[in-house]
Design a protein. Sequence first.
Length: 379
Amino acid sequence: MGRLHTAHGTVDTPAFVAVATRGTVKAVSMEDLESLGVQILIANTYHLYLRPGPETVAELGGLHGFTGWRGPWMTDSGGFQVFSLGAAKVHGVGKIAPIFPGEARPRNASGISLVKLTEDGAWIRSIFDGAKHFFSPEEVIRVERLLGADIILPLDECTSPFHDEAYTKAAMERTHRWAERALLAFERTQGLGPNPHQELWGIIQGGAYEELRRTSAKTIASMDFPGFAIGGSLGRSKEDMYRVIEWTVSELPTDKPRHLLGIGTIEDILEAVKRGVDLFDCAAPTRLARNGTLFSLTEPGFRLNLDSARFRHDPRPVDETCDCPTCRKYSRAYLHHLLRTGELSYFRLGTLHNLRFMVRWMAWIREELSSGRLPEVPK
Ligand SMILES: [Zn+2]
């Protein structure tokens, strides 16, 4: 357990960081997030760079002033877009690759990349108008200074599970050189932007290769970062992911926080907490909610698919143990109806429930830890 202090408030860890890619958690308001007990948000540098632009955000008081969320903010670097618009499109994969027997590559591999990488940085074609934008480690720091989040991350190259060891090593070494450049740029830009109390954390790469992960963790830990994020490919299975976390965490100092980028199913969070991870961000809880998948500890797989006809006459709340505004007032039958008819109110009600579920899940993990127990997934 820990307590992370920022200029805009304290975060009790282990904690879930709610994903606010464009400066908003989709379908809910900042008041909603406060009343749900959400502690910290993460926005995406690449998306905010394209729209509305970092200068606009800075002029309106940075993320805190512009969005109305006065609590702690993080910004991701855009490194994930180097992956998601580049290698992930070419290889057709996510952070953990789906494997289809007998196929070298997943079926949705497109072979088309919107990213061109050089030693100096990454050219990314805009998802809006196709215009090319150049992201160097220095430019990303400048943009993040203007956005003004409390915790910011340097540009990195996130590799795919289908990259071989030689490529993963070259990308990792480039990420290390970019980390050094980002630190220098961070020092040089002290005083730029609305938040003078920002922290720059380091990102660890190395794919699912033990030697590379250990090297990357040691190298990034030797630089002057007050916290760390574990990025990149985590292998091809959950077991791979747990091993990658173990190798990485064992090389990191115990007195600095560790964030796992983009991972956040309830089982994965628990397994990563046991291995020493403090912070998680993941778009899945809110994205699943919008698609009709709501979390419940009493359902098989801890989730129910509200679209199912079995809920048409179900008067019970989504989860009888949940204290969220949705579960206090509305039945599964009503939510099923809203989802089926495409009513906009469903998106908010579903999102409120899944976010509250994540907040309570993290609070329960902290409670277990504080009682000296290692939390286990409920049977
Ligand atoms: Zn609920």
